[in-house]
Structures are given as structure tokens and as C-alpha cells.
Design a protein around this ligand. Structure first.
Ligand code: ATP
Ligand code: MG
Length: 757
């Protein structure tokens, strides 16, 4: 369909926003009113009608997934795929700028990105150095990140009158110095530094001001002070700035986002055109009425109406579960019935307040062999063995990377102890040199003797020869060499803790990932681009064609998305709203907005549930329905009661009517990173042999092992669990067991000594 026709199909205020000629516009509208749609149409309109060059367009969204979707949607609207347009997250765009202008930004060309895990390791080291035993690394990281989000450097921190603030400021100072020395940049720094670039290098800033004539921002309500400043600096007198947002969906206040930016926007930019959209196209009338009634309990609102002509649809189902397992079982049965009726699994989403809640649902889905995907869980690139391998690659790319250096100097173990490491650290601090430099000097100076000297010499030799060997080689070969020559693979192959095999497979998978990696950054060498990708991008929920999986994610990551059927689970006082927000009116309102986000993700069907008792931190506690449920008018809710649901345990319920095959993961590359939380195998393996006749009878044993998927078993060390997968033949048979306490594990059947539970 032509763009003209597409634009005709918009409603009048949407069309007005898309074609607004003025310089700045703010679309302020509720959930599902077409804000994102307006934004993509405007980009297409700018290119097609206004003849803007794609190069002149910069679009900022909140997640990589949203950015990818945006690119795709624009691609559908314009005949040629627009090249040169910048579409990304604030972090992604800032990273790109710093890579292009590293010298102006005062960085080394090979600077590496420090993710939150690296960040905490570094802080832990600094705390030790300072002899502080009271502060926790996470606390210090939160302090530093919050300062950066406010645009403050260590020297800006006001310590007057606060004793612990002085310590925190000192830590921040040391942290800055360590990052500087090691050529490392954390997430907050990406933005802070590129903002400083605008301020300190007006020539450069003006260049980009001239270039990006059109800046478009989605989810504007969640920009923090630094992001807002960054935007304001980049937007010159001739820039047209187009922002869309919904104050009722501001859910990042805890990370410094400021809804006031929306009001500021109107004040700070002259002649802002404000467009309000009031028709919701996403949800049924009932769902919308419930969401509207809920959010009406908030006081801090800009206020707006939202209506729908979609018809009222079915009532919202409310399920009071006996406990969290019963809740999971209920939800999974509903999904089963729904998919049995021909609906795609991927249109069903389970949304929860915090990541830990996914476990009960994962288990229930696994037992019933329903494919699912968890977004935002442990990422592939976060696994210890993968981090080790990446650290070798980082050290190859940038010898000054102290975090990487510390990570691998004794991994695999080569007899380099804490004392030696302390000496190196001390020297590095005193001299202001990277640890690698200190090490090579020490070795050259001949001041080292004995076993430690040999071990250190061996390590230095290893890195040097790796660096030489990797020069100019394809990325895949570099990964292969790093994993092999470092001894990492051999180390895990020895299988010291029973998890070696999975780790070796993950390392192989890293090589696969490297071989498939496409470097889209023209100015960046392949290795640096790959390392940045691992740190920055691979963590987000990634859409994937092909695999039809039930979607599991937190409410925060569901922002902007929509599903035909939504299960909003764990809606209990103390959990949602969270305990910590209950006594703080501002935080309570933020929780309510989060609930509003959850309700408005649903297009056709919505089910809200809570458990009457829940196990938290190993303790079973009574729970009660959240106030948010009370705030939804009763006329929109139907309580679901199922006979015999409570006392029928999950594992003995008959199963059937589901598709055979793998679950929780598909087969493509984008799949493993966000979706696999189980430390399991790599995905690009040949598909494992599946147990036959799983459906009929429900518990048909596997022909040669006598075990079957879904069976409860006991392991000497890991306790009780459920078999979730079987593969291989005879003595090579391997089983995957999801243990209640120890998580998911692949075991060699012959050696595992499993007994039926
Ligand atoms: P959120 O606040 O959740 O981000 P949004 O305001 O960005 O929502 P969109 O995601 O753009 O809303 O649109 C919601 C749904 O309504 C989408 O499926 C979109 O295609 C549809 N939609 C929007 N406008 C129209 C329209 N004029 N005609 C038909 N469908 C529309
Ligand atoms: Mg949107």
C-alpha cells in the first residue's frame, strides 16, 4: 500500500501529527493510541514527501527490540530501505558517536564497554583497596550510575554534611580514574561523555546539528535528566524535534527518569505543537475501561481521555490461586486451551513484576512441553565461561583493559595468587599504568623469580602470541584461538564441577556467534564491534521470526509491546505494589503506572491473577489480592473458579494436545541470548532426539533409557527435579533435568545416578 493510502488510514489527529510542518511537536497520548505508529509514519513521510535524506534522521527508542521493529516498519512504508538513518537506543547512539570521535572524547581508540557485572567487580576491588567493609558494590554502583544520569562527575558531587557521601565520592573518583586508565566506559558514561562532547566541542556539535535535521523520540516520558540534556544540546535552532510519550506510562522514575521533561519540553522549545490522541486501537472496551479506572487513582497526571470503538469484548478474568504453582498451572492450562484453538503461542504473554517470578511458569511450561521464551533473563554473554573468553578477546583488543586482565590472569588457574595480584594492582595504582604494562615491565626488569615469575611469564607470553596470531584474522578464528590457546576449553573439558560439558558447548557457541556476526559499523574493526555488541545489544529481548513461543517478561520490558492475550500474574499486595513502595505515595503511583502498562498490553483477552500463599526466599507466606485489583471496577471482572484445582498436583495431571519439539528456544542465533536462563546447551546443535510417544500414553518411557520427559527424579547432589529433555543413544544418553534448587542441568545418564522420585 502506498504511503499516501497508509496516511489516509490514520485518524485526523494522528495525521496532523505525522504531517506537522512546524519545528517541534509533542504527541501526548495514552496507551495504544498509535504514538509509535505515528512516529514511524512520520519518518516515512519525511523521506517520501518532505524529501528528507535518511542521513538527516535520528530516531531514539527505548530498547533494541523497539529499534529493530521501527526499522522494519519504516522499511514497509518506504519503497527502498533507508540507509544512513540512525535508529537506536540512547546508549547505542552515544556509543556510535564515541567510536567515531574517540579522540575528541578523550578516549583510546580501543575503549571497551564495562557492563554492570564488570562494573561491580571493579568497585569491589576499589572497596577492598579503600578498606571499606560497610558499603556493598551494588550500592556504590547505584550511586555512581545515578550521578552519571544526572550529568555529575565525581568532582561535582556535593559532600558537604554527609559523611558517607564523602566516601562514595572518593570511590567515584577512584572508579573514574580506574576506567580512564583501563580505557573502559560504562553504560552511563557513554551518554555522559557524548553529552560532554557536545558541550566541549561546539564545532562537532554543530556538525551533528546540521546533519540531524529531524530527531524523533519514542517513550519520551522515560528520558532522564542526562538524556534530556543530550537531546537539548543536539537539537539546534533548525532541528525539528518530534517526541511522543505518555505520562501515565512513566515507569523509570527509580532510574532518574523525569516526567517533568514533558512539561519542560513545552516550555523550553518555542512553538511546540502539542497533539493529543484519544482513540485507543489496541484493546477491547473492557480492558480499556479497567485501565482507565485504575490510573484514575493517581493524582500526578497530565490528564487525558482514552476511548475505543472496538466493542466491549470479554470480561477480564480474575483468578485467585492457591499458591504460585497453582497459579502457574492455571495460566499454562489457559494457554494450552487457547493454542489448541489455533491461536499462536507468541500472542500469549505472561507478565510479572520481577524476574524471579518466571521460575514457576517456566517449570509448568516445561512439564507441558510448551515452547516459551523468557526475555531479560541471564544472557548468553553473561555466562562466566563466555565472559572469560570475551575477556581474552578484550585483552587482545586493548591491553590496558584492567578488568579483563584481572578476570583472566588466573583463569584457567595457572598458580597466580591473590598476593601477586595485589602487588600488580599496587604498582598499577602507584604508577598510573595499566596492569598489563606493569606486568611486562616487571618481567623485563627481571625482578621476579620462582614459580610465580614462570606463571606470569607464561601468561604474558600467551597474550602476546595471541595478539600476534589474531592480527588480521577473521573474527571466528580469533575467538577459536582465544578459547583454545588460553586453555579455557581444556580447563572446562576436565569437568571439575559436573558442568564442564555445558560450558564447553557454550564456548563453541561463542565461536558460532563470532562466525555469524555481521559488522555493521563501518568504522570499527570486527573484534571491537563484536565486543561492543556483546556488551550493549545482545541483552535485549529480541524478536525472532520462526519460533512460536509463549512470551515471558517483566512489566518493564513489556513497554510498548502488545499481545492478543495477556496474563498479569502475582498481583498481590507487597509484591505488586512492591513492599518498598507501599508507604511512599510517589513510588506507589509509579507502581500503579506499571500496572496500567501491564493491563494495556492486552488486545483481546486479559487475565489477572494472584496467589493466596506464596513462597518467597524459601518461606511460605500468606498473600492477598493487590489494591490494584480492588481499583478495577468489579463490573469488568469475572472471577474464575475451577473445581479441583487446588489439590491436584501439576505433575500428575494428564497432558496432551501440545506440540512436540523443543521448547524455550528455537534454532536461530538471536535466540539463545535473552531466552536461555538455564545454563543449558548451545542452540546451534543438531536437534536432540526427542522422546517418542509422549502424548499417548502421557508417560511413555523412552525406549532405551527407561526415562521420560516430565518424570520426577532425584539426584544425589542436586535433589529433586523434572526431566525436561533427553538426547543421545546408549551410553551417550544425556538428560536435562530442571532441579528445584539447583536450576537446569545436562547430565550424562550413565554417571548421573538418577532415581525416580
Ligand atoms: P504504547 O503507549 O503502548 O506505546 P502506542 O500509543 O505507541 O502505544 P501503537 O503501538 O502505535 O500505540 O498502536 C497500538 C495499536 O493500534 C497497534 O496495533 C497499531 O497498529 C494500532 N493502530 C494505531 N493507530 C491506528 C489506526 N489509525 N488505525 C488502525 N490501527 C491503528
Ligand atoms: Mg508505543
Amino acid at each position: 500500500m502506498s504511503l499516501e493510502r497508509q496516511i489516509e488510514r490514520l485518524n485526523p489527529p494522528q495525521r496532523e501529527a505525522v504531517t506537522a510542518p512546524g519545528q517541534t511537536a509533542l504527541v501526548l497520548a495514552g496507551a495504544g493510541s498509535g504514538k509509535t505508529r505515528v512516529l514511524t509514519h512520520r519518518i516515512a513521510w519525511l523521506i517520501e514527501v518532505e524529501r528528507a535524506a535518511p542521513l538527516e534522521i535520528l530516531a531514539v527508542t527505548f530498547t533494541n527490540k523497539a529499534a529493530a521493529e521501527m526499522r522494519e516498519r519504516i522499511g514497509q512504508l518506504v519503497p527502498l530501505p533507508p540507509r544512513g538513518m540512525w535508529v537506536g537506543t540512547f546508549h547505542g547512539i552515544a556509543h556510535r558517536l564515541l567510536r567515531a570521535h574517540w579522540r575528541d572524547a578523550g578516549l583510546s581508540e580501543t575503549f571497551q564497554i564495562l557492563d554492570s557485572d564488570d562494573q561491580q567487580r571493579l568497585i569491589k576491588r576499589l572497596l577492598k583497596e579503600l578498606g571499606d567493609e560497610t558499603l556493598k558494590p551494588a550500592q556504590v554502583a547505584a550511586f555512581i550510575n545515578a550521578r552519571k544520569d544526572e550529568g555529575q562527575r565525581a568532582r561535582h558531587v556535593d559532600t558537604q554534611g554527609f559523611a558517607d557521601r564523602a566516601v562514595l565520592a572518593e570511590l567515584y573518583r577512584r572508579y573514574e580514574a580506574a576506567c580512564e586508565r583501563g580505557g573502559m566506559v560504562d553504560f552511563g558514561e557513554l551518554l555522559l561523555r557524548s553529552n560532554e562532547l557536545w558541550v566541549q566541542q561546539p564545532v562537532l556539535r554543530d556538525h551533528y546539528r546540521r546533519r540531524f535535521r529531524h530527531i524523533l523520540v519514542d517513550e519520551f516520558q522515560d528520558t532522564n535528566a542526562l538524556q534530556y540534556a543530550w537531546l537539548r544540546n543536539l537539537a539546534g535552532p533548525d532541528t525539528s524535534l518530534f517526541a511522543v510519550g505518555d505520562d501515565d506510562q512513566a515507569i523509570y522514575g527509580w532510574r532518574g527518569a523525569k516526567v517533568e521533561n514533558m512539561r519542560e519540553f513545552e516550555r523550553q522549545f518555542p512553538n511546540v505543537k502539542v497533539v493529543r490522541l484519544e482513540q485507543n486501537y489496541r484493546s477491547t472496551g473492557t480492558i480499556l475501561a479497567a485501565a482507565n479506572a485504575l490510573i484514575a487513582h493517581n493524582r500526578e497526571r497530565l490528564g487525558k481521555n482514552l476511548w475505543s470503538d472496538a466493542g466491549s469484548g470479554e470480561p477480564i478474568r480474575l483468578y485467585a490461586a492457591y499458591n504460585e504453582q497453582d497459579e502457574a498451572r492455571f495460566v499454562v492450562e489457559q494457554i494450552e486451551a487457547w493454542t489448541a484453538a489455533g491461536n499462536p503461542r507468541s500472542e500469549a504473554a505472561i507478565l510479572y513484576r520481577s524476574n524471579a517470578q518466571s521460575r514457576a511458569f517456566e517449570e509448568a511450561l516445561m512439564v507441558r512441553r510448551i515452547k516459551y521464551r523468557v526475555y531479560g533473563g541471564q544472557r548468553f554473554f553473561d555466562r562466566a565461561e563466555i565472559r572469560d573468553a570475551l575477556a581474552y578477546l578484550r585483552l587482545i583488543a586493548n591491553p590496558a583493559d584492567d578488568t579483563a586482565f584481572e578476570r583472566v590472569i588466573n583463569q584457567p588457574p595457572r598458580g597466580i595468587g591473590d598476593k601477586t595480584l595485589d602487588t600488580l594492582r599496587g604498582e598499577a595504582r602507584a604508577s598510573g599504568l595499566p596492569m598489563w604494562e606493569v606486568l611486562t615491565r616487571l618481567l623485563q626488569g627481571g625482578g621476579l623469580t620462582g614459580r610465580t615469575a614462570a606463571a606470569l611469564g607464561g601468561f604474558a607470553q600467551l597474550i602476546q602470541s595471541l595478539r600476534a596470531a589474531c592480527q588480521g584474522q577473521p573474527l571466528m578464528d580469533q575467538a577459536l584461538m582465544a578459547i583454545r590457546d588460553s586453555g579455557l576449553k581444556e580447563h572446562h573439558a576436565k569437568d571439575v564441577d559436573g558442568r564442564g560439558e555445558g560450558r564447553v558447548e557454550n564456548l563453541d557457541e561463542l565461536v558460532n556467534a563470532a562466525s555469524l556476526f555481521v559488522n555493521e559499523e563501518e568504522d570499527l574493526d570486527e573484534l571491537t564491534a563484536f565486543l561492543s555488541h556483546a556488551a550493549l545489544e545482545a541483552g535485549d529481548a529480541q524478536g525472532e521470526a520462526g519460533a512460536d513461543c509463549v512470551q515471558l517478561m517483566t512489566l518493564h520490558s513489556a513497554k510498548g509491546l502488545e499481545f492478543r492475550q495477556v496474563f498479569l500474574v502475582g498481583v498481590e499486595e507487597g509484591l505488586f505494589p512492591s513492599q518498598r513502595s507501599i508507604d511512599d505515595p510517589a513510588r506507589l503511583e509509579e507502581e500503579r503506572r506499571l500496572c496500567y502498562v501491564g493491563l494495556t498490553r492486552a488486545r483481546e483477552r486479559l487475565c489477572v491473577s494472584y496467589a493466596e500463599s506464596r513462597r518467597i526466599h524459601g518461606e511460605t507466606r500468606p498473600a492477598m489480592a493487590s489494591r490494584f485489583i480492588e481499583e478495577i471496577p468489579a463490573e469488568h471482572l469475572t472471577e474464575v473458579r475451577l473445581r479441583g484445582t487446588v489439590d491436584r498436583p501439576m505433575s500428575t495431571r494428564p497432558s496432551g494436545g501440545f506440540e512436540r519439539g523443543s521448547y524455550g528456544h528455537g534454532g536461530s542465533r538471536s535466540d539463545w541470548s535473552p531466552g536461555r536462563r538455564d545454563g543449558g546447551r548451545a542452540d546451534l546443535q543438531p536437534p536432540p532426539r526427542r522422546v517418542s510417544a509422549w502424548n499417548d500414553p502421557p508417560k511413555a518411557p523412552d525406549s532405551d533409557s527407561g526415562l521420560w520427559v516430565g518424570q520426577r527424579v532425584r539426584h544425589g547432589k542436586f535433589g529433586e527435579g523434572v526431566i525436561t529433555d533427553l538426547e543421545g543413544q546408549g551410553p551417550r544418553t544425556r538428560v536435562q533435568v530442571k532441579f528445584a534448587g539447583a536450576g537446569s542441568k545436562w547430565l550424562m545418564l550413565d554417571m548421573a545416578g538418577l532415581t525416580p522420585a
